[in-house]
Design a protein around this ligand. Sequence first.
Ligand code: PEP
Length: 250
Amino acid sequence: MRKNIVAGNWKMNTTLQEGVKLATEVNEALKSRTPNCDVIIGVPFTHLASVKAVIGDNLGLSAENCADHEKGAYTGEVSAAMVASTGAKYVILGHSERRQYYGETSEILKVKVEMAFANGLTPIFCIGEVLEERENGTYFDVVKSQIEDALFGFSAEDFGKIVLAYEPVWAIGTGKTATADQAEEIHAFIRNTIAEKYGKEVAENTSILYGGSCKPSNAKELFAKPNVDGGLIGGAALDAESFMGIVDAF
Ligand code: PEP
């Protein structure tokens, strides 16, 4: 059975001290709950080890990226092995900000997913169209290509380890959320695309998260949709109370 997941993506926010405080607050808030979903926080590289030291096993830890090389002369890069050595179990890959600002192509992302697998990390792999593609109706093709090009070279067994996050770029950080019906339409399409390649069982077991201005006030409606298995949360993950409001939506 696929899992329900609420994952935070802090992006380039919080100093180390602020991040440890926020992680501590999230961890404390989780202690008084039995959430109906897995809860993960995605934090900057610099925070991983320190955050790991203050959270319990019921709060998953994710990096926001990893290198597309194993190790060596890549100044400033952080490898999947380094991420794993902090105790993190997840890595967000292919976020639209990485694709847009750092030129991450499907080719590069495929290698990053390989690096994640080689180091026992679960990729939280982001896909999603820009506004123009939504408006001209090509968004189905765009999302299908993003999945096919980066991920369909993997075996069914490996593909089954990936968490997908559908994040329409026009909804990220804009306050503009996809409606629950828009999310359901494309999530169902994504699941069908997976089923065509790997079969129904793999598709049914794949968690597909929604991301894009998800907040406590709209999470319940989004998560109620049969093909929406949770959320990847940016802005609202920077405050423990609002993040928990989304966790509580399950
Ligand atoms: C994100 O960047 O993954 C995201 C969903 O951001 P926000 O929730 O702020 O739109």
